[in-house]
Design a protein around this ligand. Structure first.
Ligand SMILES: [Zn+2]
Ligand SMILES: [Zn+2]
Length: 288
């Protein structure tokens, strides 16, 4: 009797595995191979080796557990209502994208950054030292069941005195990162540039948290895990996770692939993110 139960269990497991593999085989049809990098692009100046699915499986990476399964966002600074709306839309997106509970913590004031970690930058704007925020604000910020934590500032960031600025900085070992929305907003967030800025923050945050889950840069297909050198390269890059990177994420988090796609479709539809919606619709079409 035991043997029969075990056999049924094994057959059941192999069937669901086959179904999962089929999903990645089908969505692979929508992967767009990356062309040869041109001057100015990330892969032109960074010779990266990439990471196959097998290499990912053999690497050390986090998986959610009952004690570690919530993604947190910690806003730092003073945000206006449009910016707060964007943070809420980011929270909602991350919850769908990673299929993990995502919460926004209370906003903390810029007063947590001492004078010694601030400066007036080359463009005459205020800037904070990103490393200070990582080491002295975020690493010790341990809300319940934290699996990853993303700090968001409205003030510009710099990594080292000799650098002009940085979009963000992360410690993948500690699963914390900080990004600034300052440069994502082209000076001022308005209803006209809202969706462009939203799509940037969604791409950058899902990319950074993707690294925290062990995904390296993707060098084969057009993918949100592609490295980018500039805002224009980020704007050109895809919000979609290619089939190989989806397989990596799914092997760690173990969500329902079809549900994730449907949730993303509804999110893009609700928020009028049209090019993003079209990409997801293509994936939904191939798995029908
Ligand atoms: Zn990266
Ligand atoms: Zn990829």
């Amino acid at each position: 009797m035991k043997k029969i139960t075990l056999l049924i269990f094994i057959i059941f497991c192999s069937c669901s595995k086959q179904k999962e593999n089929e999903y990645f085989e089908l969505t692979k049809k929508n992967d767009i191979e990356l062309g040869k990098p041109v001057e100015g692009e990330w892969l032109y100046s960074h010779k990266e080796k990439g990471q196959s699915f097998e290499q990912f499986l053999n690497s050390k990476h986090i998986v959610p557990t009952s004690e570690s399964n919530i993604i947190y966002i910690r806003p730092i600074g003073s945000f206006n209502s449009l910016q707060n709306k964007q943070i809420e839309l980011l929270r909602e997106y991350l919850e769908i994208y990673f299929q993990l509970k995502t919460k926004t913590l209370e906003t903390v004031s810029n007063d947590v950054i001492p004078e010694s970690s601030r400066r007036i930058g080359y463009e005459n704007n205020q800037q904070f030292l990103a490393g200070y925020i990582l080491d002295n604000v975020l690493k010790k910020d341990k809300p319940l069941n934290r699996i990853a934590l993303m700090g968001l500032t409205e003030v510009d960031l710099y990594p080292k005195p000799e650098w002009n600025f940085v979009f963000g900085l992360a410690s993948y070992r500690d699963k914390v990162g900080v990004s600034s929305i300052y440069r994502l907003q082209d000076g001022k967030l308005t209803s006209d540039n809202f969706n462009l800025c939203l799509s940037r923050i969604l791409k950058i945050s899902s990319h950074e948290i993707g690294h925290m889950f062990g995904l390296h840069h993707c060098i084969t297909a057009d993918c949100v895990m592609n490295g980018t050198n500039s805002m224009s390269e980020t704007d050109k890059s895809s919000i979609r996770l290619c089939s190989v990177c989806q397989r990596k994420l799914n092997s760690g988090i173990k969500y329902d692939n079809k549900k994730r796609l449907t949730d993303l479709e509804q999110y893009f539809e609700r928020n009028n993110l049209i090019p993003e919606l079209q990409l997801i619709k293509k994936d939904i079409a191939v798995i029908q």
